[in-house]
Design a protein around this ligand. Sequence first.
Ligand code: KIV
Length: 271
Amino acid sequence: MSVEGKKRVVTTRSLYEMKQRGEKISMLTVYDYTMAHIMDTAGVDIMLVGDSAANIMAGHETTLPITLDQMIYHAQSVVRAVKNPLVLVDMPFGTYQGNSKEAVHSAIRLMKESEADAVKLEGGIEVIESVRRILSAGIPVMGHLGLTPQSILKFGTYSVRAKEEEEATRLLEDAHLLEEAGCFGIVLEKIPALLGKQVASELKIPIIGIGAGKDVDGQVLVSHDMLGLNQEFSPRFLRRYHNLFDEMQKAFRHYVKDVKSGDFPNEKEQY
Ligand code: KIV
């Protein structure tokens, strides 16, 4: 953000410095104003407006259907609430894989219309021209390797990636390529912990893991999963910090009961 006094505290530079001094980086997904406001007060370092909004907010089976306009809407809602964390926005499927000109156009729209701080996109060598072109426009880019949900139909499964040496070597090469291109960080999703550790120790930029073990520079989770709002998803890497599904269901049931019985509203709750 350019307006003096409204600058966010966490920047790509401060994230780099956190890695240098060994301070772990916390990142969570968020898609709306209210949740972003709560998260902002809790000291999260990076808020990711993830394309997982396609699953979490819209109920799609994959992240593929979400559009650039929809991502901009979610990012705008988050940015309005956020003071401290860096706001990172996923570039949705189909907006950067085709050609690098289209990629920079999509990234510029995201940044201009949402006032977010950075974009994230999935892939290594196959999207490197897009990464370079976006960076050359002055837009910070975070990479995403390992299990890349936008390619789920090609993988055919959500199982752990890069278990075999060949894929692990390719991932390592891609990580170096992204760093050399100028990415400020990389998300590693669902890969063996030893490989996560190797990438984090070979690269200078922060490596944020989701199912990539403890020896990376930071962690990211989907907020609805860690809050226990989504009960169907239970991968080994997920730690649930609450059971909000049950809590919310209890509150909704209580409300229905009170309305049906005539208990709500009472005399103090009317004009
Ligand atoms: O969209 C998303 O939620 C993500 C995380 C899984 C890192 O990209």
